[in-house]
Design a protein around this ligand. Sequence first.
Ligand SMILES: N[C@@H](CCC(=O)N[C@@H](CS)C(=O)NCC(=O)O)C(=O)O
Length: 227
Amino acid sequence: MIKFYFHPSPNPAKVALLLEELGVAYDAVPVDTRKGEQFTPEFLAINPNGKTPAMTDGDAKLFDSTAILMYLANKEGKFLPENTPEAQAQYLSWMMFVASGIGPYSGQSVHFKHFAPEPKDYAVNRYGYEAERHWGLIDQRLSEGPYMMGDTYTVLDMAVWGWARAVPFILGADAWENLPNLKRLLDEINARPAAKAAEAMFASHTFKKEMDDDAKAMMFPQNKRLA
Ligand SMILES: N[C@@H](CCC(=O)N[C@@H](CS)C(=O)NCC(=O)O)C(=O)O
């Protein structure tokens, strides 16, 4: 049985959506990162990087949302693009763009906008600018067809969905005005039974909500060096 280690946040959300879309059985194991549960020896043995999501499938251990998405889609042979060099080239390029651009810039934008201590204008501007630019490229791609790979809903759209759920938090309340195609995809995926099931699974577990000093010490351990 698959064990899915998660916190109800953007990177685990992608995997929850795919698991629900595939309809495979899995055990959902909450990891409360605001309480530091990502640092237990048991969890670090699965993900030495100490972040969610992570997964075990029998003896196979996986971490990093993109690796898990690609593993599951390949294993089940579902939600994949056509097996042509042209389609594979686009799929891999955009998948890595989401992994190395959308995720990190959105995450850092959230960090500096909402959580970093002052002074932070330079970092808010840099990461906000780059996050906006990255989301603009996704929106442009989605202006060319209903899905990231054209007419077919694939695991790449699920990768986009994870952080797309948080776009107003990342970019600001009026962000959707400039990202109409992304908003269309988000609304369409949100209406799918699998997305509703993923959100319901998240909501059925209780996590620490407060970002108090203890939570900040767990989430931002680098700040110890400033003290
Ligand atoms: N590249 C990783 C990033 C994972 C990541 O940053 N996860 C966040 C949740 S979205 C987390 O667990 N943060 C807790 C921490 O940084 O301590 C992925 O795509 O899975």
